[in-house]
Design a protein around this ligand. Structure first.
Ligand code: ADP
Ligand code: MG
Length: 359
């Protein structure tokens, strides 16, 4: 039995009404992002499908290089110049009667700039990716809310101060005039969150927002994101390589490996009923509080293969203790559905049967 570092949230807070199906906010269908490089074609995102419901937190977990950030950048239409997106649909419905086919929008199109300004906020590991070093925090927030909410200068400044208070910045009246370099790492992270939520987005994409922080600051930022999420009702895509963080914040989790989603489930099912050997291996490498201190943890054998030579069949097969020659190394596993859970493993039924035997 796996014990997460933090308590696992019980229940599903997105289902406010037992009888109504949750409303889809964002839907990715068979999204591909390729990099044609001199050394070969890198399929960084290789047929990713997932959805995010209104007001829910979807965690995306996977080792470095699995395609988590490039998928996020495909949603925002902020892909690197040499990236190609040959296939896939990304649909976004922020409000009733308002829907966007993001996959059909140009990076600098008016509609896409409106989506990025008003409907989808994004935060990163490094706040200076989003913040300008030459403008005050207040000026940056004011510019956004003046542009997208049509506020006057005075109202925009009041809104900036209100937002800094909302992200629990001390002395918001003073810090509104601070430059990013005058703030600590944790405070810069709060300023970036204030900017990202300034126009009440229905979706926040958080790409490893706590990875560079110390444990105490990380816990504070996670707490803040949870409070903002429930207060503002926005959905969050929370990207991380750290399963412990996901247990704390997510309703559902998608696990990514080499450009594909290999498993999606509720947090409870991911932690207690994982049906993909990659998920199971990642879970075994989480330190258990009080049990594993000072002990060496099992790591997943082998390295993530280099992106030019992704193994055939199931890409995880060379590192998988369950792999069967002739099946796993030759056939791409299909999506297998178990209620609300999806696993792309040829032997997912066996894991399900083993759970049934333990009940
Ligand atoms: P993750 O966020 O999961 O760590 P990324 O989405 O950043 O991974 O990248 C996935 C893969 O895409 C990388 O391993 C790399 O091979 C490729 N990639 C990312 N950015 C570029 C780029 N600018 N040029 C070429 N290849 C890239
Ligand atoms: Mg990344």
């Amino acid at each position: 039995m796996v014990c997460a570092m933090r308590p696992i949230p019980m229940g599903n807070k997105t289902m406010t009404n037992q009888n109504s199906a949750p409303e889809r906010l964002l839907e990715l269908d068979n999204v591909h992002v390729h990099f044609p490089l001199r050394e070969g074609l890198v399929k960084a995102v290789n047929g990713v499908s997932y959805h995010v419901n209104k007001g829910e937190v979807l965690g995306i977990v996977g080792e470095s290089g699995s395609g988590k950030s490039i998928t996020a950048r495909a949603i925002m239409r902020l892909l690197p110049k040499r990236a190609e997106a040959p296939e896939g649909r990304i649909s976004f419905r922020p409000r009733n009667g308002e829907s966007y086919e993001l996959s059909a929008l140009g990076r600098n199109s008016r509609a896409m700039r409106q989506v990025r300004g008003q409907h989808i906020g994004m935060i990163f590991q490094e706040p200076m990716t989003a913040l300008s070093p030459v403008h005050t925090i207040g000026a940056q927030i004011m510019r956004t809310v003046q542009l997208h909410m049509g506020l006057s200068r005075q109202a925009a400044r009041a809104r900036a101060i209100e937002l800094l208070a909302k992200v629990q910045m001390p002395r918001p009246n003073e810090l509104v005039d601070a430059f990013p370099h005058q703030l600590s790492g944790g405070m810069r992270q709060r300023a970036m969150i204030a900017l990202a939520i300034s126009c009440n987005p229905s979706l926040l994409i958080a790409d490893e927002p706590t990875t560079a922080l110390d444990v105490t600051t990380e816990a504070q930022i996670l707490e803040l994101l949870k409070e903002l999420q429930s207060e503002l009702g926005m959905a969050i895509i929370f990207i991380t390589h750290n399963f412990g963080v996901v247990a704390d914040i997510a309703d559902r989790v998608s696990v990514m490996y080499l450009g594909k989603i290999v498993e999606t489930a509720t947090v409870d099912d991911i932690f207690y009923a994982a049906k993909h050997p990659y998920t199971q291996a990642l879970l075994r490498s989480i330190p258990r509080l009080g049990v594993d201190q000072g002990r060496r943890l099992p790591t997943i054998p082998g390295m993530v293969p280099d992106p030019f030579s992704v193994p055939s069949g199931c890409a995880f097969n060379p590192r998988c203790s369950h792999a069967v020659a002739g099946i796993c190394d030759t056939q791409v596993p299909p999506e297998k559905i178990f209620g609300s859970q999806m696993s792309r493993c040829h032997f997912a039924e066996q894991f399900a049967a083993r759970e049934a035997a333990h009940v």
